[in-house]
Design a protein around this ligand. Structure first.
Ligand code: HAM
Length: 421
């Protein structure tokens, strides 16, 4: 019986892994240079964590949570994480990070899971690089700007061309409640003209009508959205974020349509799109501020946060990268006969332990076929153990680039490679 990778997931094969490693190591370096430290949380959590934080009426919770099914009660009630923010805030509270530092700046890299209908750029298992700044001292327009600057910096270094940044403000928690009632009054005037989905959204979460992509709804939204009743404090905060972004030379567009599909956001929200290679799934990253999330998850009222997540698959596709250059070892060992293999294997281990990357052909074959294998590995040197070499306690070293060959005494081989590599 043959098995296939589950729909909406993919294998990342060794050639592509090089690109992923590059992305991850750049991400680690850049995040650290902004003062963020890595955090790793489990890939599954209590399902109620996601319900409480992302919002019971959101698509992610309603349609996409992948719940773990098990006959064992003690591992029931869990779901694979659809995103990272809820888990990070859970960990922040559980580990009392607020007692340790006034502001926790954290980043994470890892797989996320959403039971979506798979299509190009939309997967059931995908990977995010994200950062969150959480703490009692997190309310600063400059911190919002720092998070956005970090996301843009990463995308630029990953080779994403022309990323476009859109920002908006949803206001404080009180503003959101006011805006929600106000939107319901306004949309009620046009309710019959809204699409079927939006009629549903109107009942369940009226904010979601704002980002409907259907022409008819967009026209209605355009009439309404310009006059959202934001309090003057929230508007001032949003102005501050815009000034901070300008002061760092970050180009953005204010989009009143941007609302985001998760409930925890307050004040600043943003989304970054890239045209290239994306099709309809053009958001390479998104994020925003979340004022009340810590309180919602059992933390204190004064703890807030701001963060973002970038989709790694979408970054790779937007930067036009599919495979990296294949990696190879420095030295490839060939034993010409089975009885020479013990010496070959010993040499191999001596080289590796000296920090020299080395491999060997585990099958015995003709010189031609063994050299063919050495060629395929693209090793810089081939080390040959034939009858002469075994007799004289030497090895033949072939430089595959220069096509030269020399004989080296067995005891000097590690030193030899130390010098030439
Ligand atoms: P999100 O907008 O749901 O936000 O996801 C962030 C990014 O993850 C998206 O812009 C996209 O690049 C990628 N992504 C999301 N779903 C998929 C999918 N099914 N397939 C491939 N890529 C996908 C969040 O996850 C928030 N936690 C961001 C955040 C952090 N807000 C505050 N802090």
């Amino acid at each position: 019986m043959k098995f296939a990778v589950p729909r909406g997931t993919s294998d990342i094969l060794p050639d592509a892994i090089l690109l992923w490693e590059e992305l991850e190591s750049k991400a680690r370096k850049i995040c650290k240079s902004y003062g963020y430290r890595e955090i790793r949380t489990p890939v599954y959590e209590d399902i109620n964590l996601f319900k409480r934080s992302l919002g019971a009426t959101t698509d992610i919770v309603n349609k996409q949570l992948l719940e773990l099914a098990s006959g064992k009660e003690e591992i029931g009630g869990f779901a694979l994480r659809p995103e990272g923010t809820a888990s990070i805030v859970r960990s922040y509270i559980e580990n009392n990070l607020d007692k340790i530092e006034p502001l926790s700046k954290l980043f994470y890299i890892g797989p996320m899971f959403r039971g979506e209908r798979p299509q190009k750029g939309r997967l059931r298992q995908f990977h995010q690089i994200g950062a969150e700044a959480i703490g009692p001292n997190s309310i600063s327009a400059f911190l919002d700007a720092e998070i956005i600057a970090l996301a843009m910096h990463l995308l630029k270094d990953f080779g994403v061309k022309n990323p476009k940044l859109k920002i908006n403000s949803l206001g404080s928690k009180e503003d959101k409640a006011n805006i929600s009632s106000w939107l319901r009054v306004e949309f009620a005037k046009h309710k019959n003209d809204l699409c079927e989905d939006c009629q549903n959204r109107f009942e369940r979460n009226v904010f979601r009508v704002l980002d409907c992509k259907k022409e008819g709804c967009r026209k209605i939204v355009a009439l309404i959205v310009k006059n959202l009743p934001l309090s003057s404090e929230s508007q001032n905060y949003f102005n501050g974020v815009q000034s901070a972004l300008k002061s760092a030379g970050i180009v953005f567009e204010v989009s009143p349509y941007l609302v985001r599909g998760l409930d925890y956001y307050t004040h600043t929200v943003f989304e970054i799109t890239a045209e290239e290679g994306q099709g309809s799934q053009d958001a390479v990253g998104a994020g925003g501020r979340y004022g009340g999330l810590a309180l919602e998850l059992g933390g204190t009222d004064n703890v807030g946060g701001v963060g973002f997540a970038l989709g790694m698959e979408r970054i790779l596709s937007a930067s036009g990268q599919t495979t990296g250059k294949p990696s190879s070892v420095d030295v490839f060992v060939i034993a010409m006969k089975e009885e020479y293999q013990p010496r070959g294997f010993l040499l191999l281990q001596q080289l590796r332990q000296a920090g020299i990357s080395a491999d060997m052909s585990f099958a015995i074959g003709s010189m031609k076929s063994q050299m063919g294998r050495a060629d395929k590995t693209q090793a810089r040197f081939t080390l040959i153990l034939g009858e002469e070499e075994i007799k004289n306690n030497t090895v033949a070293v072939k430089d595959m680039q220069k096509s030269t060959q020399e004989t080296i005494a067995l005891g000097e081989i590690v030193e030899y490679f130390r010098k030439v590599l």
